[in-house]
Design a protein around this ligand. Structure first.
Ligand code: G6P
Length: 438
């Protein structure tokens, strides 16, 4: 010990940051972070200062020697970092509002990570994450990159395929939340059930086996979908009531985002109704953020406020801090992360990013073998992975034809002229963040 442990968080001005800070504070004994660098861009300066001060108060209240640095200079922060976490939102919430509003105005799902919105979030983010990787090669070549920025799977694959950087882990809070909720539903204790996840980010399925080797998947499906009390595990997806017969027949538990694919019309109708009454999810998030930042300004607040749970990303720090802890201490914890496929799922390319259950070692994630999916899952999974590959290719080449292929393939986008119209409208709306296309 005594050696410095430097963490850099890009997008540090996010309202989620107190959750991350709380995670580091709670693990300090095992993970003695000495420097936490919160980095943001000029447009996020005010938020960075507010949340940074709040982070300093939290550390002080915990009586820990973690030095919190705030900077707009990413390169200064990255120098000699041990772990870099990315949680930036390119174009801020205003860009997300467009990602949601434009497709909705054409009668399609308008969502942060799915459909046309998810594609454009990837197009804006890929150039930035690739710049970060280039900086890391120069300034902290031994560091791990832990990415949260959505669409987390595509961003991870961009780093692997186009950044040629292997030390990357993509994270999402969905598997963490599922493990908590479903362990409880089964009346078991945390750690006593093995959940085996496989698929891609926001489109994975899982099974559950208890400590006696009994497969509890069927029982869980019945408890989750066999009554009218289906609850979603994330705040941003309210309805999780899929058709019981269908899930029973799947023999695997789908993730909440499957609602968009298995029940598109219902989800769209609900989104449109919500949109009329409250605006899009991003507009609601803007309001929640405003309230959170008002709280964070309070010089007496030195702990994470309860209101943060209104955001969909609750428990994300659990994933981030545990991944970092596992690598640092070689804990070999079982976690579900996005990583290079390398044959884990035989139906997908080796170099694709997949979201799978892994053992987290000091040398990174080692995935548990999955094998082949049945046609019940395989078709949708392969379509979506091809759609992701095309989106990434378009992001680095700026090729409109390739992008239109991705649009046409996406099950949540109406094909033909409408697809082209929405694509053109979004290319125009986001052009400040899409240099490859202009
Ligand atoms: C879920 C997803 C995250 C996403 C979040 C959105 O938790 O797993 O990937 O970022 O919801 O939440 P928000 O509060 O921004 O709508």
């Amino acid at each position: 010990m005594g050696k410095k442990l430097k963490i850099v968080t890009i997008g540090g001005g996010s309202s989620y940051t107190p959750e991350l800070v709380e995670g580091f504070i709670n693990r300090y004994e095992q993970l003695p972070v000495s420097e936490l660098w919160l980095v943001d861009v000029e447009a996020g300066k005010e938020k960075l200062e507010i949340v940074g001060e709040m982070a300093r108060r939290m550390v002080k209240a915990a009586g820990l020697p973690i030095e919190v640095y705030l900077t707009l200079n990413r390169r200064e922060a990255l120098k000699d970092a041990d772990f870099v976490t990315t949680q930036m939102r390119v174009g801020l919430l205003d860009a997300r509002i467009l990602d949601e509003r434009i497709p909705l105005s054409h009668g399609m799902i308008g969502q942060e990570t799915n459909g046309a919105g998810g594609i454009f979030k990837a197009l804006r983010t890929v150039p930035v994450i690739l710049e970060i990787v280039e900086d890391m090669k120069e300034l902290c070549p031994d560091a791990w990159l832990v990415n949260f920025t959505n669409p987390a799977g595509m961003v991870t694959e961009a780093v692997l395929r186009y950044g040629k950087w292997d030390k990357v882990i993509g994270l999402c809070n969905i598997p963490v939340n599922a493990v908590y909720q479903e362990t409880e539903l089964l009346g078991e204790s945390l750690g006593d059930v093995f959940f085996h996840f496989a698929g891609i980010n926001h489109l994975h399925w899982h099974t559950a086996v208890d400590k006696n080797g009994v497969d509890r998947t069927k029982e869980l499906i019945k408890k989750m979908y066999g009554n009218d009390e289906n609850q979603s595990i994330v705040a941003n997806i309210k309805d999780n009531s899929l058709i019981y017969e269908q899930v029973e027949n799947l023999e695997m538990i789908p993730c909440p985002y499957h609602n968009y694919y298995y029940y598109t019309d219902k989800m769209l109708a609900e989104e449109l109704e919500d949109f009329k009454e409250n605006g899009t999810r991003a507009e609601k998030v803007k309001q929640i953020e405003h309230e959170l930042f008002e709280l964070y300004k309070d010089p007496n607040l030195d702990y994470k406020p309860q209101q943060l749970a209104e955001r969909g990303g609750a428990r994300y720090s659990e994933a981030a801090c545990e991944v970092i802890n596992s690598i640092y201490n070689d804990t070999r914890k079982v976690m579900t992360v996005s990583t290079r496929n390398n044959g884990t799922i035989k139906d997908l390319p080796d170099e694709a990013a997949v979201e799978v259950t892994c053992m987290m070692t000091g040398n990174g994630p080692v995935p548990f073998n999955f094998g082949h999916f049945s046609p019940k899952q395989r078709g949708l999974l392969q379509v979506m992975k091809s759609m992701e590959e095309l989106t990434l290719e378009a992001a680095v080449t700026g090729d409109r034809g390739t992008l239109l292929q991705a649009f046409t393939m996406n099950p949540l986008i109406t094909s033909g002229d409408v697809a082209k119209q929405v694509m053109d409208e979004m290319l125009e709306a986001h052009k400040a963040y899409l240099p490859a296309f202009h």
